[in-house]
Design a protein around this ligand. Structure first.
Ligand SMILES: Cc1cc2nc3c(=O)[nH]c(=O)nc-3n(C[C@H](O)[C@H](O)[C@H](O)COP(=O)(O)OP(=O)(O)OC[C@H]3O[C@@H](n4cnc5c(N)ncnc54)[C@H](O)[C@@H]3O)c2cc1C
Length: 346
């Protein structure tokens, strides 16, 4: 359950109730979910996106799309699990075809201690021996002595789900404007600012944390779910995409340049090879990187200043958290409910 309270006249901010129109700025995963839930609640919503419909300018375009609140608990605070688990329900409710095949964590013998640590710091998993592992993922037969299976986790393909969200929003009566650069202060009514890293003009604490990825293609390996490989520096993973493609991700670097370094490429490709040697013959389709928008504490924030609401700092959990954050924003606007853990009122 959310920790929440109700704004009361004279004791805190009064929610902008009524039927005012809503403008959402930024059609990445945060803005797309906000726009969808507000439109479905009967509001007149316009969604402004400065780039074209391909969304290549957004961080969301580069993401893994894992919906993994239990695995992420290894490095994140309880609020991420709380909102993440609620988001899984919303993904299921709004996108019933979302893949909920779980996720796997495996390790090579040299990383055994880190594997055990991962198991200790997380819940929601069961241990699989080598046989159970190969029954679940036949391609991994003989590769690992055991694994951790997080059965309730899911994943989406960002480059498919973003257009789906935009379409669903339009079907709910919303208006989406691509190639439309907007500024919160220039728009009347309720404005929900989801500009990601571009919102630094109003949220100076934001920084970008670079994540590099490689997309490869092979028909030699089949996987039905994301496989995380314990790694001393980064949680590296292989995520199956459609069309025999696999995403290898992701580094996490305190840098805002958008290149992919040789070192990162070697580590990502090495991780794939460690999961299955047949990946060595795969074709490289794409290298790329995105900047995760993060506040200094790496936690998401809904900042409320009367009719201007900013939803940002989704860091490495945008796909995991966006539905729950949209539900919270809607709850605030419609009913004045405040979530003390993520909302900040001016
Ligand atoms: C490599 C990598 C892997 C990741 N993997 C995962 C994962 O597995 N699971 C997970 O949950 N998260 C993951 N993330 C994190 C996730 O991608 C981010 O948290 C999320 O994309 C942030 O979404 P956003 O909507 O806040 O920002 P963005 O996606 O950047 O969207 C902001 C949008 O605002 C638009 N915009 C900016 N300024 C304006 C303006 N003035 N007017 C109009 N539009 C504007 C931009 O063009 C952009 O489209 C990953 C990130 C990276 C980089």
């Amino acid at each position: 359950m959310y920790q929440s309270s109700y704004a009361q006249r004279g004791q805190g901010p009064v929610a902008p109730r009524g039927e005012s129109s809503v403008s959402v700025i930024g059609a990445g995963i945060a803005g797309a979910w906000q726009a969808l839930l507000f439109a479905q609640a009967g509001r007149a919503v316009t969604l402004h996106e400065r780039s074209g419909a391909t969304m290549t300018e957004s961080t969301s375009y580069w993401a893994g799309g894992m919906l993994a609140p239990w695995c992420e608990a290894e490095t994140s605070e309880p609020v991420i699990s709380r909102l993440g688990i609620r988001s899984l329900d919303l993904w299921r409710e709004h996108f019933p075809h979302t893949s909920f095949n779980g996720s796997l964590v495996v390790a090579h013998p040299r990383d055994r201690a880190d594997f055990e640590r991962f198991a200790r710091l997380t819940t929601g998993h069961r241990r699989l021996d080598a046989r159970a592992l190969s029954e679940l993922e036949p391609s991994l037969d003989g590769r690992f002595r055991d694994g951790l299976f997080y059965a309730d986790e899911g994943h989406v393909e960002p480059r498919r789900v973003l257009p789906d969200l935009h379409e669903r929003f339009a079907a709910a009566g919303g208006t989406i404007k691509f190639n439309s650069e907007a500024t919160p202060d220039d728009i009347d009514g309720i404005v929900i600012d989801c500009r990601g890293l571009a919102a630094r003009d109003t949220q100076p604490g934001l920084r970008g944390v670079k994540g590099e990825i490689i997309l490869i293609e092979t028909d030699e390996v089949e996987l039905s779910r994301p496989v995380r490989l314990i790694h001393p520096r980064w949680p590296l993973y292989v995520i199956p995409r459609g069309g025999n493609r696999f995403m290898l991700g992701a580094t996490s670097i305190e840098s805002e340049d958008n290149g992919v370094s040789v070192r990162s490429a070697l580590e990502l490709l090495g991780a794939a090879y460690a999961v299955h040697p047949a990946f060595a013959e795969a074709r490289i389709v794409e290298f790329g990187s995105g900047l995760r928008p993060a506040f200094p504490d790496n936690l998401p924030r809904i900042a409320i200043d009367n009719q201007k609401i900013a939803v940002n700092g989704l860091y490495r959990h945008g796909f995991l958290l966006a539905p729950a954050l949209a539900e919270l924003t809607l709850g605030y606007v419609q009913r004045g409910v405040i979530d003390n853990e993520v909302m900040q009122c001016a």
